[in-house]
Design a binder for this molecule. Structure first.
Ligand code: UD1
Ligand code: MG
Length: 478
């Protein structure tokens, strides 16, 4: 038997119960669309060709599939006449007759793993079956196709719920919908399907009885892990499977040596990666392609999307996206890292600091209450508390460059474009409008003026006036 696998992913259904303008299979759990979960599992099987059958919302679904993998063959099923028809349409779209095994799976079953699919294909090939069903024993089989076996336990047929007798409806072994089928047999069998059933559809599942009638071996691979067979039809199932996927993801990372203090309030997307001895504190969401290196601590109450966190770094109560936090750097509490933020090794982005498109060098610090946008801060520099980089003149964004080992004062405004040289200083309250040469001190605030007795004259009979009088040893004003 040829080891070649052709995968067919069915994604033409309407998904009406989602009540969404977005195609059902484009809804996400674990930061990945349902169809992407399905295609990721299929990819792990190493299929020579993958065909996705689209129909409802085909523009949306097609675009997403192309995005994921442009080599996937896409075929449109204009009218949804049943799963057998969908497979027929898929086979018709192939340039050559498939050989080996055809693996049929659904785009809306997100917990199904590549490992399970591979095991199904192996079992199928090993037994030299015409059809091998991925089945499961469930407590409530309502709605599913039932696996009908004879007295010896040999699979005879799949009976759809709507076509089943009462005795058959009592069967709790169900068809997950995933089948491995001998390619040559399938090509023949789908051509001979009929619509003489309760739904007037071409049932793919009828190929089982056909194989049995031809005396071909048929089997079922019973999956213990029932979650993997569950599909998403509405938003309740989406949330339920999303929570289970998250539980599995957390369990995986804990087994890999990551400390997760509170799994109940921690969410980690499927594409996130963490190294052993990373620590995740309660209330943390690690999303997208975020990565966390060894010894880093994230949280509590932190959301990071596509953020790379270096070894030993600490990120506390922070919201960040598309950013890099260097090794041993510290961020937060209450920091907002916007796209393009890059913090160097041992650097600091502190409390109530917002950064955007900002490179903050090794050991450089922006500790308090600042906005740093479109800027470069050289290594070892310290930006004073309350500094605002005025990067936007209302029309264009401009860059600010601070050299290395600079010390800028509190409550500064850097009016971009402007450059502050290496080792330069600025005084408190400075508005930097022009470049500061290396090693210079810039001050822009005028000299302080003292107007003696102003409060007594202008604010008599106030607590301030009385306090001033007392301090100055004067008669309290009347
Ligand atoms: C199907 C199976 C049933 C199994 C159940 C598991 C058949 C006849 N029945 O039933 O044995 O227990 O799945 O969930 O196969 N689709 C198309 N084109 C079509 C029809 C369906 O692409 O013309 C796609 C749907 O988008 C969906 C999948 O195939 O992803 C299954 O279709 P659905 O109508 O949900 O099948 P069920 O009636 O639930
Ligand atoms: Mg149906």
């Amino acid at each position: 038997m040829s080891a070649r696998v052709t995968a067919v992913v069915l994604a033409a259904g309407a998904g009406t119960r989602m009540k969404s303008s977005r195609a059902k299979v484009l809804h996400e759990i674990g930061g990945r669309s349902l169809v992407a979960h399905a295609l990721t599992a299929v990819r792990d099987v190493g299929a020579a060709t993958t065909v996705t059958v689209v129909g409802h919302d085909r523009e949306q679904v097609s675009a997403a599939v192309t995005d994921l993998d442009p080599t996937i063959v896409q075929v449109v099923q204009e009218e949804q006449r049943g799963t057998g028809h969908a497979v027929q349409v898929a086979l018709d779209a192939l340039a050559e007759e498939p050989e080996g095994t055809v693996l049929v799976t659904y785009a809306d079953v997100p917990l199904l793993t590549g490992q399970t699919l591979s095991e199904l294909v192996l079992t199928h090939r090993h037994a030299q079956n015409a059809v091998t069903i991925l089945s499961a024993e469930v407590t409530d089989p309502t709605g599913y196709g039932r696996i009908v076996r004879d007295e010896s336990g040999a699979v005879q047929a799949i009976r759809e719920h709507k076509d089943a007798s009462d005795a058959e409806r009592a069967l709790r072994e169900i068809n997950s919908g995933v089948l491995a089928v001998d390619a040559a047999f399938l090509a023949r069998a789908v051509g001979a399907l009929e619509t003489s059933n309760a739904q007037g559809e071409l049932y793919l599942t009828d190929v089982v009885a056909k194989a049995v009638a031809e005396g071909r071996p048929v089997g079922a691979h019973v999956l213990e892990d029932v979650w993997q067979t569950e599909g998403v039809n509405d938003r309740l199932q989406l949330a339920r499977l999303g929570a289970e996927l998250n539980r599995r993801t957390l369990e995986h990372w804990m087994r890999e040596g990551v400390t997760i203090i509170d799994p109940a309030t921690t969410w980690i997307d499927s594409a996130v990666s963490l190294e052993a001895d990373a620590t995740v504190l309660p209330g943390t969401q690690l999303l997208g392609a975020t990565s966390v290196a060894s010894g880093a601590t994230i949280g509590p109450d932190t959301t990071l999307r596509n953020v790379e966190v270096g070894a030993g770094a600490t990120v506390v109560r922070t919201h960040g996206s598309d950013a890099v936090v260097g090794p041993d750097a510290t961020v937060g509490p209450f920091a907002y890292l916007r796209p393009g933020t890059e913090l160097g090794a041992g650097g600091k982005i502190g409390t109530f600091v917002e950064t955007k498109n900002a490179h903050i060098g090794d050991g450089a610090k922006v500790p308090h209450l600042s906005y740093v946008g479109d800027a470069e801060v050289g290594e070892g520099s310290n930006i004073g508390a309350g500094t605002i980089v005025a990067n936007y003149d209302g029309v264009h964004k401009h860059r600010t460059v601070v050299g290395k080992h600079a010390r800028t004062g509190s409550d500064n405004v850097f009016v971009a474009p402007v450059t502050i040289g290496d080792g330069a200083f600025t005084g408190a309250g400075t508005t930097v409008r022009d470049d500061v040469p290396p090693g210079a001190l810039a001050v822009s605030a005028g000299e302080q003026r003292i107007i003696e007795g102003w409060v007594q004259r202008k604010r008599p009979d106030t607590a301030s006036a009385r306090a001033a009088a007392e301090a100055n040893d004067e008669e309290p004003p009347r």
